[in-house]
Design a protein around this ligand. Structure first.
Ligand SMILES: Cc1ncc(COP(=O)(O)O)c(C=O)c1O
Length: 378
């Protein structure tokens, strides 16, 4: 039986192994070189990756760190945000976006998303600005850039810096420009399942502000610019050399992998567009999505997810409980119903399998099963 006629019965939500097998030789050779060099923390592999990733993001500099959360935290430190300050972000994100604001003692102020782009709503942003606002932190959710022009209209009017949470959007563009270089600072995660994923934890800040890059570089290494001189209280947020080497190698494939995701999204759209009761992601003409996740919206989400699971299809939820309703943020006193677009998406979101190595048969299986299930449930 050939691959094209093999019947697909299961589709995992993610498949990092297939991708590893495609690049195994290059990765193992790279890791061996790191071992032989014995430069395990920062070092030449990380520096090479920083240069390549800065260029890729069309930014002046890149500072590699040990996670996306650390990158966001350092962004807050580099903008001198602290107690008494407010940073505006969205509650429809992974919680780490808000952690970074809390880590520096500032208060996250949430604003609702736009229901179509599912990123920060500009009207909501405008009405949340106060004299304590120190920065705006939009999230390029699911791989799709936020409405940066509308956000900048408001940011510029109030002289506020914009920090991008680009953890899910490596390579996405807004009006032809790569995310990460749209804000004063762009923050990325290289968690293994991300579009550009390390083989462990990793993250980076990119910026074209040389002072910020210099400060972030010192802060990630215990506040040192010079050995054993600690200019301010810093952290051990250094990237390990194995991760730098893996990321440097994988970056060469990122555009092809993103193109494969975009093609898969096109396949889903072609086969699911007319299914009643299903809302598909919409990408405005002025931007590209790199489809870190392919999130559809539907009623009775949990029931449909269980039926898909029974049909061998794994799905994900991103995210079922918005950040403003998390117990960790109960002290901010946001009531249920405060952000209707966010809360509706949290109840209705379902992430379908999405990764470059998905086969045409797997995509067809997902589309067919979902169509059947929805037809029978109406
Ligand atoms: C939107 C968003 N922000 C921040 C993070 C945090 O990144 P990390 O897990 O690398 O700390 C993630 C990753 O899960 C994310 O998806």
């Amino acid at each position: 039986m050939t691959a094209t006629t093999t019947e697909v019965t299961t589709v995992p939500f993610m498949d990092l192994r297939t991708q590893y097998e495609l690049i195994e030789d290059e990765i193992l050779a790279g890791l061996q070189q790191v071992c032989e060099s014995t430069r395990f923390a920062l070092g030449p592999s990380v520096e090479a990756f920083e240069q390549d990733f800065a260029r890729y993001c069309e930014a002046g500099d890149c500072v590699a760190v040990n996670s996306g959360t650390s990158a966001l935290h350092l962004a807050m430190r580099c903008l001198d945000i602290g107690p008494g300050d407010e940073v505006i972000t969205v509650p429809m994100t992974f919680v780490a976006t808000a952690w970074a604001i809390s880590y520096v003692g500032a208060t996250p102020v949430f604003v609702d998303i736009d229901p179509v782009t599912r990123t920060m709503g500009a009207a909501q942003l405008a009405s949340a600005i106060t004299s304590r606002t120190k920065a705006i932190l939009p999230v390029h959710l699911y791989g799709q850039p936020a409405d940066m022009d509308a956000i900048y209209d408001i940011a510029d009017a109030h002289h506020l810096p914009v920090v991008e949470d680009a953890a899910q959007a490596h390579g996405a563009t807004y009006r032809g420009q790569r995310v990460g270089s749209l804000g004063r600072i762009g923050c990325f995660s290289f968690y293994p399942g991300k579009n550009l994923g390390a083989y462990g934890e990793g993250g980076a800040l990119v910026t074209s502000d040389a002072k910020i890059a210099d400060r972030a570089r010192a802060l990630r290494d215990h506040g040192q610019r010079q050995r054993y001189r600690h200019d301010e209280i810093g952290y051990n947020y250094r990237m390990g050399a194995f991760q730098g080497e893996v990321l440097r190698i994988k970056l060469e494939f990122l555009d092809d992998w993103n193109a494969a995701r975009q093609s898969h999204a096109g396949h889903y759209r072609t086969h699911l567009a007319d299914v009643p009761g299903l809302r598909l992601p919409e990408v405005p003409d002025d931007r590209t999505s790199v489809f870190h996740l392919y999130v559809v919206e539907l009623d009775e989400r949990d029931k449909i997810a269980a039926q898909l699971k029974a049909a061998g299809i794994q799905t994900g939820l991103h995210y079922p409980v918005p950040v403003h309703l998390q117990p960790a943020y109960a002290h901010l006193n946001y009531a249920e119903g405060t952000f209707p677009h966010t809360e509706r998406l949290a109840q209705r979101c379902l992430s379908l399998p999405m990764y470059p190595e998905l086969t045409a048969q797997q995509l067809a299986h997902v589309a067919r099963q979902l169509t059947e299930i929805l037809k029978n449930s109406n």
